[in-house]
Design a protein around this ligand. Structure first.
Ligand SMILES: Nc1nc2[nH]c(O)nc2c(=O)[nH]1
Length: 459
């Protein structure tokens, strides 16, 4: 058997984001194959065998890789549209275009979304894909292929919509699936692609879209399907006042009570946004272990509001960060969400208890891993965990005068990523992807965005 190869990283500040928030001012990490073998203050132990590479990381901060908990990759092709609308008006404006997506478009959009995140320190990504136009090809396959080729750890949340306009929903009837088709395709995707191993690169979740685009029956049956297959559940929840009104009018209760009535609160569930939650909603999430994907930039872009993140954390709710789709967060980056989570929170009514810089980093790493059900494997730098980590450059004009590297990372300009590792494999070097050609992705996404716009314009 071939001996496992080691990579030794030395002379960097390290924020482990472990349970005690251990930090080292100048430390080392030893990666052995796809796991972290050891780390600590000072130089790496002498006499290590099979060292394939030594990295002098002077001037850098090492952190766990960032974990994105909510995204819609396909929206990479519809950025910068409907720029001044709230969620419902924005969705109504964009559904007809999204209903024209096909496999080459979705593949290109996934590569664009993944590339943008990976070069900014994301090592685990997720995609909530919920638009499946008839005859559009294997869209889940296209997204999974893009993630595998990029070398990013990945959760595909197989979405669905079946409540069209004729059933009181928001999407046009031509943009929805039947319950039977949605459930059958979701089950097939889980059976083919969900990997339960410790070092899984691909997992699948069951993810009907939102209360106003999904029937109660599909919500219920999705929860049953996920539990019978042993996979996680994801949806949008409590995003806007309009959604709250919709739930009261149609179901006679608010979104959280509605989710509970359909079997949708639990340790195996995480929901995106969760902006409009009262104390009893937060208590229900805490009691059931339901997680939250906090998306501060998208919530601002769509005028959804400010999520009560400090209250969620104080109650013990698992919270991660989400980019959200690039049609409502054109930057498509997660590292900027650390900063925005902190800043937006301080604008709200709960500013005395707002996030600290270390809490913001925890949301983007360990919190995300918890929300995706992967906290045993990723999200902190600890011996035995998978080697998913980032070396952020902190010695340039942008950050060098800030003494605290975590404050520099969260509050400063987006820090350059010198190296990013997933499963011990380096996927970013000197701020550029090693696993894909960024210029080619830019050209392809531009061409596919134009193709989509032209097809949509023809109606
Ligand atoms: N921010 C978003 N919220 C949503 N709700 C829903 O049903 N779809 C979306 C979406 O694409 N983005």
């Amino acid at each position: 058997m071939e001996a496992v190869q080691r990579i030794v990283i030395e002379n960097c500040a390290i924020a482990t984001v472990d349970a005690k928030d251990t930090e080292y001012a100048s430390g080392y990490l030893v990666l052995a194959g796809h796991r972290i073998e050891s780390l600590g203050e000072g130089r790496a132990p002498e006499g290590l065998e099979n060292v394939a590479r030594r990295i002098d990381a002077t001037g850098h901060l090492a952190t766990p890789g960032l974990v994105n908990t909510h995204h819609h990759f396909y929206q990479w092709l519809t950025r910068g549209l409907a720029t001044d609308r709230n969620l419902f008006d924005w969705l109504v404006a964009l559904y007809p275009t999204w209903a024209r997506l096909d496999e080459p478009m979705v593949h290109a959009a996934a590569r664009g979304s993944l590339a943008m995140m990976a070069r900014g320190g994301v090592t685990t990504a997720m995609d909530h894909h919920y638009v499946f136009p008839r005859g559009s090809g294997d869209l889940s396959g296209a997204v999974l292929r893009a993630a595998r080729d990029m070398g990013v750890r990945f959760t595909l949340a197989r979405g669905s919509m079946d409540r069209g306009e004729k059933d009181g929903g928001l999407p046009p009837d031509f943009a929805v699936e039947t319950i039977e088709d949605a459930l059958a395709a979701t089950e097939e995707t889980v059976r083919q692609h969900h990997d339960t191993s410790f070092d899984a690169m691909t997992q699948v979740a069951v993810a009907p879209c939102s209360p106003f685009s999904v029937s109660t029956e599909l919500m219920r049956q999705s929860a049953q399907l996920a539990r019978s297959l042993g996979v996680r559940l994801h949806t949008h929840g409590s995003e806007t006042v309009e959604e709250e009104k919709f739930c009261h009018e149609l179901f006679g209760m608010g979104p959280t009570d509605y989710f509970e009535s359909t079997g949708w609160l639990g340790e195996d569930v995480w929901m995106a946004h969760c902006v409009h939650m009262n104390d009893s909603d937060i208590a229900a999430f805490a009691r059931t272990g339901t997680g939250v994907a906090h998306c501060p930039s998208s919530n601002a872009r769509l005028a959804a509001g400010i999520a009560r993140v400090p209250d969620l954390l104080a109650a013990g709710v698992p919270v991660g960060l989400g980019v959200d789709g690039a049609a409502s967060n054109e930057s498509g980056e997660l590292h900027t969400e650390l900063r925005n989570a902190l800043l937006v929170g301080r604008l709200g009514p709960h500013r005395e208890a707002a996030l600290t810089v270390r809490q913001a980093l925890r949301l983007g790493t360990h919190g995300g891993a918890q929300v995706l059900g992967r906290a045993a494997e990723i999200g902190s730098l600890e011996p035995g965990k998978l080697a998913d980590l980032v070396l952020w450059r902190m010695d340039t004009l942008a950050h060098a005068s800030i003494a605290d590297p975590v404050a520099a990372l969260v509050l400063g300009a987006p820090a350059p990523v010198t190296a990013s590792f997933v499963n011990g494999r380096q996927i970013v070097e000197g701020g550029r992807l090693r696993t894909a050609d960024e210029d080619e992705i830019a050209r392809t996404t531009r061409a596919q965005a134009r193709r989509l716009a032209a097809i949509a314009a023809r109606g």
